[in-house]
Design a protein around this ligand. Sequence first.
Ligand SMILES: *Cc1c(COP(=O)(O)O)cnc(C)c1O
Length: 407
Amino acid sequence: MSWLDEFSPRLNELELQHLLRHRRVVEPLGGARMRVDGEPMLAFCSNDYLGLAGDPALVQAVQDGAKRYGVGSGASPMVSGHSSANAALEDELAAFVQLPRALYFYAGFATNVGVIPALVGLGDEIFADRLNHASLIDGSLLSRAHMQRYRHADLEHLAQMLAASEAKRKLIVSDAVFSMDGDVADIPGLLALAEAHDALVLLDDAHGLGVMGPQGRGALAAAGLTGANASRRILYMSTLSKAVGVAGGFVAGDATVVEWVLQKARSYTFATAAPALLAEAIRAALRRIAEGEALREQLHARILQLRRGLDPESHLGLGTMGWHLLPSDTAIQPLVVGENAIALSLMEALRQRGLWVPAIRPPTVPAGTARLRIALSAAHTEAEVASLVGALRELADQQVRAVLQAD
Ligand SMILES: *Cc1c(COP(=O)(O)O)cnc(C)c1O
């Protein structure tokens, strides 16, 4: 039997283990609403935290960009793909995050798998938070540097690892806002350790850019470590596909380090440059974000509303079931419910009410912490968040009654 004959039984096995993934076909209906496999739904699963993906200013920028530049960029940025739009975007990205220089990649994933192997290799060491994003893990593996993972947010554990390391080149890698928990890394703490151990920090701010810091300039600006206080020991990256509402990624920091990445990142050199029309959309998005205090206030009002509504002290059913939101003041609000079966049945019950909230199960999160990952956006109205809170309170009460009847 050929190994090619094994794909089918292996797929069946995934299905039996409930690990087979299905994509939904979606169409936007305005705001946070979308048609999902034909059904209108209210989505709480998009990373479009400011609702910019459908913003008229961005749509206009794409149309103007297409007229001026056409669609594809035609070549690697190292050849003829580096358009004047992409060049202007890099200057504006650096200015926006208040760091000396930026380099624009076609995707956030490609940024991480390009940047890490450009920085370290065989004989070097990477120290990675255990909850880091998959692209950081893959970039680390691709680099062939030795990778150690420290307990989530445990800087004492990280300090021990750094102290024990004899590698000349040490790279600390961390999400700034963790994508499944919504908590924020101790950035000054990471920087202090990098200074003490001659290390470099790569900080992935996919979920902070646009929503955190003054004018949405990101988690590093929120920590006060940009502009005059920027350190060459922090290399910042983020995606342009979440709060920025478009697609792409970038790395920013010390001009010499960024120049080195430009020379060495294979996902930069050997990929066709991102289309200029996207760069134009991102430039429009940066302007909307800088002046977008009202959007961020709207998002924060929804976060507070959800946290008050799902406070276990505020509702008997929620308290009895032990369902609780993790401590997060970001747009990512995970409701931990414990068992996989409960998370899945809640997702299904919400779906029947027209609410789309994804259930996240181990191994993506630790065993026993299955959860609903609620993602909020400035596009959600107060009434929409109230409908989610109401549905979850009702479902908690139903569960309590079911448990009582079973006893
Ligand atoms: C989404 C994400 C990425 C990848 O960015 P894309 O632009 O989607 O390729 C990288 N890091 C983190 C933490 C992310 O959440």
